[in-house]
Design a protein around this ligand. Structure first.
Ligand SMILES: C[S@@+](CC[C@H](N)C(=O)[O-])C[C@H]1O[C@@H](n2cnc3c(N)ncnc32)[C@H](O)[C@@H]1O
Length: 318
């Protein structure tokens, strides 16, 4: 059945809108999971392509995103909502009959970054929080005020690829001994004072803020667990679409797909060659924004979409 083309929403155009919908290849009667509802831009696109028997399951950790999802569900019986990490998608009974598509649009949303009170931004001063779900886990302030210096350095290096990780960790520990960090502006200024103002385009605290945010929200652990859960929950022929915003996420997603799609290089020293059975088929390679999208939405600059389809194994039916 041909799908009628739909236009993206006018006020907030989600990143890589058309390629995501093309990648998910929405079946009107299918069940789709958007694990990162945000403000529902992609979710509304999926919904517009579903028929009356289709289902849209949406998840987000963020209570404000979930409030918006409930508003959408109140007007549309095809929508189900759950506030939780997508890493736990299999614990949701709605996923038990299998999914025709799963979308993860990773990281933080523009409303999260823009609201100073959420504490994600080094540009808009606010409480140093950075949690997608402010009721769960440790805040960014808890982390920088209590973790030991080596752990702070490790997080900045591993999750921010920050080359000055040790210097920054040392400065954080020295400064917090006088006065704990409470505000995003305070932490951003301390890092800028240490590193200098940089090239003026990128704030010197950019990598550190990214690293601390990834750490307090366990973003990479959730991604690894979530990809495995999505693979199990997908029906044969179901599609997985993942949008990453930095190389750490994209590396995990790319390896996840390629390890299941391509045979590893043969090892001539292996005593027994183990036959490789592909479990996923990569649908194209890395998809990035075109010129028109980049001109309209600078945030799309770092977005990379990867899509894969679940394959039948051992003759399992579609
Ligand atoms: C980039 S935004 C998604 C934007 C959305 N696609 C749209 O069109 O509005 C990412 C959202 O995913 C949520 N999120 C990130 N990681 C999550 C996870 N592991 N589980 C559930 N939600 C997550 C964030 O709270 C945020 O609302």
């Amino acid at each position: 059945m041909a799908i009628a083309p739909i236009a993206p929403p006018s006020q907030h155009v989600p990143v890589l809108w058309s390629p995501v919908l093309a990648g998910l290849a929405v079946k009107p009667e299918g069940t789709y999971l958007d694990g990162t509802f945000g403000r529902g831009g992609h979710a509304r696109g999926v919904l517009a392509q579903l028929g009356p028997d289709g289902r849209l399951l949406v998840m987000d950790k963020d209570p404000e995103a979930i409030a918006e999802a409930h508003a959408l569900a109140a007007g549309d019986a095809r929508v189900r909502v759950r506030q939780a990490s997508f890493a736990t998608l299999e614990a949701w009974s709605e996923t038990a009959d299998g999914l025709d598509g799963v979308l993860f649009d990773l990281g933080v949303s523009s409303p999260q970054l823009d609201a100073a009170a959420r504490g994600f931004s080094f540009r808009n001063d606010g409480p140093l929080d950075m949690r997608m779900d402010p009721t769960q886990g440790m805040s960014a302030a808890d982390f920088v005020n209590t973790a030991d210096e080596a752990e702070i350095a490790r997080v900045l290096w591993v999750h921010g690829e920050e080359r000055q990780s040790r210097r920054i960790a040392k400065a954080i520990v020295a400064r917090r001994a006088e006065r704990p960090f409470e505000r995003t502006g305070d932490l951003a200024d301390a890092i800028a004072k240490l590193l200098g103002r940089g090239d003026g385009r990128t704030h010197p605290a950019t990598r550190s803020f990214q690293a601390i945010r990834i750490h307090v929200n366990a973003e990479l652990d959730d991604l690894i667990v979530g990809l495995e859960a999505a693979e199990r929950a997908l029906k044969v022929g179901g599609r997985l679409a993942v949008i990453s915003f930095h190389s750490l996420e994209d590396r995990i997603t790319k390896q996840f797909i390629s390890q299941r799609a391509k045979a590893p290089p043969s090892n001539r020293r292996a005593v027994v060659e183990v036959a490789f059975t592909p479990r996923l088929r990569a649908i194209g390679g890395a998809i990035t924004a075109d010129e028109a999208e980049l001109a309209a939405n600078p945030r799309a600059r770092s977005a990379v979409l990867r899509v894969a389809e679940k394959l039948a194994i051992d003759g399992a039916g579609a």
